[in-house]
Design a protein around this ligand. Structure first.
Ligand SMILES: Nc1nc2c(c(=O)[nH]1)N[C@H]1C(S)=C(S)[C@@H](COP(=O)(O)OP(=O)(O)OC[C@H]3O[C@@H](n4cnc5c(N)ncnc54)[C@H](O)[C@@H]3O)O[C@H]1N2
Ligand code: MOO
Length: 387
């Protein structure tokens, strides 16, 4: 058995970045921008009013001013404001050079075309030109574009973005016992859950997952489903990875020419993980136990998908937190314990069986225990992966 770190090294060696493509900005959210973006203009491109009010020159309380014009968003006032005059101005309007202050309308009394200043308030209510960003300012890459990034790119007048290609992932559940959610299971059957959990995870990661039909526990059925892989960059099988008579994934993948990089990792859950290359696609065989499959998703699939999108080769990010309750010593495998982080610290759930999706669902952290980690007391600092 190899360590989690060794397994990740093998996986990163198999996970080639997929290149890039140009997409319209409207389709860019969630994609990985691969080249820095550069602002094509200043924002705001002119000194702009931050408030609705009156554009004045060094105003003082009690001063009376004549309103001689108006500036609105999209419509500048072209004249000069001399002593004794002002303009009506609205939020977003260009502020003429001769205006030093936007006096908010709540602070003036207006009668006809004359205002009286009752209060100056704080600040000049003028946003300087390029106060947000200037021409040439960049957004660094690579980065997964958030809605905030998209807004900034739009403001920078960038209509298309160069993004990493999305990994196409074929997901294959294996097992005679499985039916799809919504179907009528027979007395010995259960619902396929892992493919749905992993599908959701892959979408979150910016991949293009595709559920293939459930492969039954026969070589012929597995082969038939492997035949549908098409142009997937990554094939993920779930189940059939262990040592039982019906665990056929390694055998069939091997017969189909999979060049196996490793099989079995010293971790809990997730031990019977395998990976390799099958012609053009990378293959990952995940264990069938539902929590094992999802934990392998967080620990292995997510870093692989990030690497394929050019986000580098890094393991799942860890944080630290003090324990809120003691934990017993760990065995020989790295343990990813389902746990809950609260303000009071981190608590591992009592029940850690790898079939318990309800426990995983209640967890917001995986407490990471190195192999042979000794018993730990309340208050000791431990590593965890936020979920
Ligand atoms: N003699 C041994 N038995 C087992 C070992 C071992 O070392 N020696 N390892 C155990 C560990 S650890 C795991 S993890 C499992 C992994 O087994 P498989 O990958 O072969 O998975 P299956 O046997 O096909 O299924 C296990 C379990 O998970 C359910 N399952 C499978 N696929 C799905 C799915 N898509 N959605 C929901 N549930 C699924 C399946 O019904 C089984 O209950 O092996 C242990 N055994
Ligand atoms: O490794 Mo299994 O994934 O412990 O349940």
């Amino acid at each position: 058995m190899i360590s989690v770190t060794e397994a990740l090294d093998h996986l990163f060696a198999l996970a080639n970045p997929l290149g890039h493509e140009e997409v319209p900005l409207i389709q860019a959210a969630g994609r990985v921008m691969v080249q820095p973006a550069t602002a094509r203009r200043d924002q705001p491109p002119f000194a702009a009013s931050a408030m609705d009010g009156y554009g004045t020159q060094n105003p003082h309380v009690g001063q009376k001013l004549q309103v001689i014009g108006e500036a609105a968003a999209g419509h500048r006032f072209d004249g000069e404001i001399a002593q004794g005059s002002c303009i009506r101005i609205f939020t977003g309007a260009p502020v003429p050079a001769s205006v030093t202050h936007v006096t908010i309308q709540e602070n003036v009394t207006r009668v006809g075309d004359q205002i009286t200043i009752n209060d100056i308030g704080t600040g000049d209510n003028i946003r300087p030109a390029a106060g947000d960003f200037g021409i040439g300012q960049t957004i660094s890459a690579p980065r997964r574009l958030t809605p905030n990034d998209v807004a900034l790119l739009a403001a920078m007048n960038i209509p298309t973005v160069t993004v990493a290609r999305q990994p196409k992932v074929a997901l294959i559940s294996t097992g005679d016992e499985l039916v799809m959610p919504g179907e009528n299971p027979g007395p010995d059957q259960i619902i396929a859950s892992n493919t749905f959990g992993l599908h959701a995870m892959l979408r979150d990661l910016g991949a293009l997952p595709r559920l293939l039909p459930i492969a039954r526990d026969s070589e012929a059925s597995l082969r038939a489903v492997f035949d549908l892989i098409d142009d997937a960059h990554l094939v993920i099988t779930i189940g059939g990875a262990s040592v039982g008579d019906h665990d056929l994934v390694a055998k069939v993948a091997g017969d189909l020419g999979m060049d196996r990089a490793f099989y079995k990792v010293a971790m809990r859950p997730g031990k019977p993980l395998m990976s390799g290359r099958m012609s053009d696609a990378m293959m990952m065989g995940l264990p069938g136990n539902p929590v094992s499959a999802m934990v392998c998703g967080h620990i292995f699939v997510a870093p692989v998908i990030r690497a394929m999108q050019g986000l580098g080769t890094a393991p799942a990010a860890r944080l630290q937190c003090p324990l809120a309750a003691p934990i017993a010593e760990n065995g020989p495998r790295e343990h990813y314990m389902r746990a809950e982080v609260t303000q009071g610290g981190l608590t591992a759930f009592e029940r850690q069986d790898s079939s318990l999706l309800s426990v995983l669902g209640a967890s917001n952290a995986l407490l990471v225990r190195p192999p042979h980690d000794p018993a730990r007391k309340t208050g000791e600092l431990v590593d965890y992966i936020p979920l």
